[in-house]
Design a protein. Structure first.
Length: 278
């Protein structure tokens, strides 16, 4: 079984929950605990963060050595520069670039705008790839995007140098069957592209996020994105603790998560800032 990577976004997407506001000290404790549990990638910052929060995340990033530290940013020159400044000097940096849902809907309707958007993606992803070894790309609200449009967007991202391509179930509406079908379709559409490292970012509005993660893994996905206890806005994110337990109990996936300490992962939920989500 191939290694399954976990990207934890508790300290980024998770903090969009109105009920989860850890202090700077709690954020550092959680980040260190995630690293100790073997989490592969810790998404700490967004270029949309205010200066105080951005600086706090930078201080925390400087205390991590083993986990990859990730900063998320929309496709854009200024955002790329801000993210690269955040990641500068870190031992294991990753930028996570995304194309927002509004831009995707617009390019579906306008051929000229589509070409402009694709040209911008090529330029930004290419620049990021020259600066960093790890470049993740996400089309927002991917599960509700026309599959042909989605395949075109991902082809551009891969050819431009993205090393991870992530499918986002932004509204948490997809079912496991739909997730499996989508990855089958994308694999067929992109079979002449270089091998992709596929990822899934799910939300739990309808209680299916963990099952969707398992369906994606069974279709060759190598990274699952989520949070501790599923903390996050609206219906919450994929609960990485649940997914880890399900993987370790699934004979088809056993061996892919040996680097994750499930006991330590569960203990993170008892940290001060996460007590309310136990």
């Amino acid at each position: 079984m191939n290694r399954i990577g976990f990207l934890d976004t508790t300290l980024r997407d998770g903090e969009l929950s109105p009920d989860f506001s850890p202090s700077a000290a709690e954020r550092l404790r959680i980040a260190r605990a995630l690293e100790d549990a073997g989490v592969d990638v810790i998404e700490l910052a967004s270029t949309a963060d205010d200066e105080e929060r951005f600086a706090d995340s930078k201080r925390i990033a400087g205390r991590l050595q083993r986990s990859t530290v990730c900063c998320i940013a929309p496709i854009g020159d200024a955002e790329l520069e801000k993210a690269c400044a955040f990641l500068d000097g870190l031992p294991r940096p990753r930028i996570h670039l995304y194309l927002d849902a509004r831009s995707i809907r617009a390019l579906e309707a306008d051929a000229d705008l589509r070409e402009q958007t694709f040209a911008s993606m090529v330029a930004i992803i290419g620049r990021a790839r020259r600066e960093l070894a790890e470049v993740e790309f996400s089309p927002q609200d991917a599960t509700r995007t026309d599959s042909r449009t989605l395949a075109k967007i991902l082809r551009v991202a891969l050819d431009a140098g993205a090393t991870v391509v992530n499918i986002s179930d932004t509204t948490g509406t997809a079912t496991p069957r739909e997730i499996a079908s989508l990855f089958d379709s994308l694999s067929a559409s992109l079979e002449d592209s270089r091998e992709a490292n596929w990822s899934l970012h799910g939300h739990n509005h309808r209680g299916r996020a963990a099952d969707n993660a398992l369906a994606a893994l069974q279709r060759g996905v190598v990274q699952i994105e989520g949070t501790i206890n599923g903390v996050g806005p609206a219906g919450g994110n994929t609960n990485l603790i649940d997914v880890a337990a399900m993987i370790k109990a699934d004979e088809r996936l056993q061996g892919g998560l040996e680097h994750i300490d499930l006991r330590r992962l569960r203990k993170i939920g008892s940290l001060a800032g996460l007590r309310g989500f136990l």
